[in-house]
Each structure stands twice: as C-alpha cells, then as structure tokens.
Design a protein around this ligand. Sequence first.
Ligand code: SF4
Length: 358
Amino acid sequence: MTENTKVNSIGKQASKQASKQEHTDACWVLVWMCQGCSNVVTDSIEKADEIINNPKYKRILVSISGGSDSDDVLDLCTKLDVSHKCMYIWFNTGLEYQATKDHLKYLESKYHIEIIREKPIKPIPVSCKEYGQPFISKYVSEFIQRLQRHNFQWEDEPYEVLVKKYPKCTSALAWWCNHRKMGDKNSWFDIHRNAYLKEFMIQNPPTFNISNKCCEFAKKKIAHDAIKKYKADLNIMGVRFAEGGIRANAYKRCFTKGDSVDDFRPIWWWNNDDKVDYERTLNVTHSDCYSVYGLPRTGCVGCPFARDLEGELEVIEKYEPKLYRAVTSVFSDGYEYRRKYKEFVREMKEKGIKPRKD
Ligand code: SF4
C-alpha cells in the first residue's frame, strides 16, 4: 500500500467514523441488536436512519401492504423514526384478504401507530366492470386493451399492413407483430415473450374486455394522489431488488431523488436470508396469509396475474370462501380465458410445435 493510499484509507475511515457519530441512539441500538445479521442489514439500518432522521424531510409516507416486506419496513421505520415524522398508509384495493385487514389491526396495536386506510379511486370490481379484466400481465393487458379500443380483429398480417388499417395504434401493433425484436432475446414489449399467445389469440379472439385499469385506479393513482394529499416529501416502500419482476425492475437502487418527493426503499438490498435473520432477531410477525394459508406472497386477492393462480384460488376457497365467490365473479372471464390459454400452451408443447416469433 502506498503512503497516499494509506492516507486516503485512513481519511475514509475517519469520515465514516464522523458520519457514524451522527446516527441516532435508536439506530445504534438497532444495529447492536442486529449484530448477528449480515452487513447488508446493518448498513441498511444506518442508511434508513440517515434518511428518516434527515431534517430536510418533514413528512414521510410509509406504504403498508400487510405483506412480509412491508412488515420489515414498518418494524424498521417505527424503531428509527425518533421525531415521529412517519405516517403509515394502506391502500385498500377493494379485494383484500380478511387476514390482511386483521393483520393491520395487529400491527397498530403492536407498534402503537395508526395506519390510514385509503379508499381506491375505483375499487377493482368496479374497474373490471367498466374497463375490463386483467389477463396474464400488466403489459399484455395494456396492449390488448389498446387493440380492443381500436376494434382490432386479431389479423395475422405484417406490421406495415396493419398500421395502414389501424394508424392510431402503432405501439400496440408493434407488440402484436413482434416489431421490437431484440435478436433472440424476448422483449418485454413483444407478444412472443408469452409463448404461443399470438397463435392462441388468433384462434381464440377475446370475447370480453381486457384491461389493467384496476391497477391504475386501485393502486398507482391512489398512491400518487396520497403523496399530494398528505403533503409528503419522502415516500417509503417495501420493495426489494431480489424479488425481481416489473415492480423491482422499475428501480436501480434504494433511493430515488424526485422533484417534489423522494422515494426510499429501505430493504432494497436484502435477500431472503437477510429477511429471515432480521425477522428472527426482531421477532417480526407476518399475517395469516403466510403462516396459516401458506401463501408465498399477498396482494390483491385472486389477481389473474398471479403465477400460481390455481393454487391461490384453492387457498382462497378454503380460508376465505366469501372472497372466493367475489373473485370468481369479478374475474370470471379472465380466469376462463387464462385457463384456455394454458391448455393451448400445453397442447402445443405436446405436439412439439415451436412458438412463433414473428
Ligand atoms: S394487481 Fe391485479 S387485481 Fe390488483 S389492481 Fe393490479 S391487475 Fe388488478
């Protein structure tokens, strides 16, 4: 090590030490309690302390879903929020497990907090009735919805032909025609990302409206509106990099600077082991959705996007029969269409037919 590197290294240690001294006592207590956890956990506690207790933030909105990641975030925030700047908020989508609602009451009593229950702009059943039902994924539903809006007839024609016929629907047509090809890679924005979907839809055009509007009115817009309504300058969410998918892919790191509100994801870097270690150490309890029903994750009940929808429906029927009746009515067409598609995929594979990419 050269003298210069040594000096730099000592300098870095000194400045780290100096910044460490600025942490709250609450932070040091929590770090001490978590000494058996990984550095990822203790580093994120320090980071959360720096951000939550930064005087520049006057009002912090913490989204509580009732899910396991949100339980960890809530535990962390209640322990570090020494100036009581955090407001806890739950967005009711209109299709929620009773177990989640019960868990919210439990959390309020355990942490001596109030969790604001925010109503949706339109509950999921209303959106589904007005705009259509979700199918496969957010993107797929979005593009199908756009095509349906233009009275698309699910023609098997090249992009250049279809844009002449439907000139105001170019991006959805690009999806339908796999126009954004990325070599052999599947693009999120091409239909061939969902194997055999194009073949299926040509043979079985949808006879009901498909839409992802329920997400917009029961989740996205309501969260956006709440930030304005409660004049928050920091928004905290329980999203982790390790969970993958569209939600996690929307971010690159734990903090995002915004124009009027910043976003912070305190457990962004935690893997599943970090979660287990923290939860054991701090005795974090999850809702019955996990411990009794055995679900791997919570969210809107019976969402047609769920990977293991059929397994989830069995659980709902067993533990929440009233909700089962509700979801099988709200999403009936979407469920039927999805089952038909899955069956189609199975048959194509059995016949050894390769999915088309054009
Ligand atoms: S997650 Fe599913 S059910 Fe919930 S709002 Fe979005 S599409 Fe609708």
